[in-house]
Ligand binder design. Structure first.
Ligand SMILES: O=C(O)CCC(=O)C(=O)O
Ligand SMILES: [Fe+2]
Length: 303
């Protein structure tokens, strides 16, 4: 009897955490050789599993953000309503309510089902290996290839993140064709913090996925002003997001109690290009900002 893709994906022997941390060539081969198998397995899982009744759609967004975004797509000259929802909370760092806390359980239930699917998922290992996280973009090996998730992710990147980035950071225009993303789960005594760093992105959107009442202690993200050296710690409430140039130095402070969940999403240009330091951005008009670039993914993954 022949096994289904889902059964075969579940049966594949997985690389150890040590091998992943060492980035051994065998790990690379593992993801490369099983790429199509895992993609097929996610499709099969989607058609069969208990998450069938979970719908990932625009109801997840904060209603004010969703309305403003939808109006701007209809009439880009109304884009200021989107910009007005973002507050500059540190030089070059903006905050807004992004997902609706009341609807976040839908996304979190879905991600729990993903974890239970028992299909190998590659955790993010940019700066350290995060146990509870997953790669989200098709350019990444071992990404979350479930079709429903992918259409939600694509809409988030194309309809929300890119125009918001262009509005807040005019220099990002043209350095935003490529998408990249991962999820993180911060846990006390496990994956607790990240040292100060910059991201290899033109722009980074960091969206909190904690549910109302799902509290944690510590785990702020501190930002460093490159000009004044001032440091400020920013904290997340359920569904809030921060957006900043990847070049703004930041660090994840230790989590001391509970868990914090988030999506970290990047845009950058073809071949990993980011805007030159100090660029102010050319002149683009609203209709150019509210448009999806025609190019394809260049397949380049920063990590
Ligand atoms: O703690 C956070 O949410 C920030 C994570 C981060 O900076 C990164 O993954 O590059
Ligand atoms: Fe970062």
């Amino acid at each position: 009897m022949s096994l289904s893709s889902l059964e075969r994906a579940r049966a594949v022997e997985r690389p150890t955490r040590d091998a992943m941390l060492q980035r051994s060539p065998a790990v690379q081969r593992f993801w490369g050789q099983n790429k199509d198998l895992f993609k097929d397995a996610w499709t099969e899982w989607e058609n069969a599993a208990s998450q069938r009744n979970i719908v990932l759609d625009r109801n997840l967004y904060d209603p004010r953000l969703r309305d403003a975004i939808e109006q701007a797509w209809e009439d880009p000259t109304k884009e200021t309503a989107v910009k007005d929802l973002w507050q500059e909370v540190f030089p070059g760092v903006y905050q807004a309510q992004f997902f609706d806390p009341e609807h976040l359980p839908v996304l979190r239930d879905y991600l729990d089902e993903v974890a239970n699917a028992d299909i190998p998922l590659r955790p993010p290992y940019g700066i350290s290996l995060n146990r509870g996280g997953a790669m989200l973009d098709p350019r990444s090996e071992g990404y979350l290839a479930a079709p429903q998730f992918q259409s939600f992710y694509n809409d988030l990147m194309d309809a929300y993140m890119r125009p918001i980035s262009r509005l807040l950071f005019p220099d990002v225009m043209g350095y935003d064709t490529q998408t990249f993303g991962f999820s993180i789960r911060w846990q006390e005594n496990k994956d607790t913090s990240l040292r100060p760093h910059t991201d290899a992105s033109a722009v980074t959107l960091n969206i909190n996925l904690n549910l109302p009442g799902e509290d944690f202690s510590g785990s702020g993200v501190s930002f460093i002003d490159s000009t004044t050296r001032r440091v400020q710690s920013l904290s997340f409430t359920p569904g809030t997001a921060l957006i900043h140039h990847g070049s703004v130095p930041h660090a994840s402070e230790p989590i001391t109690r509970g868990e914090r969940y988030n999506f970290v999403l990047w845009l950058y240009g073809d071949h990993g290009q980011i805007p030159p330091q100090g660029a102010t951005g050319g002149t683009s008009d609203p209709h150019q900002r509210w448009a999806k670039p025609s190019g394809q993914s260049d397949g380049f993954a920063p990590f």
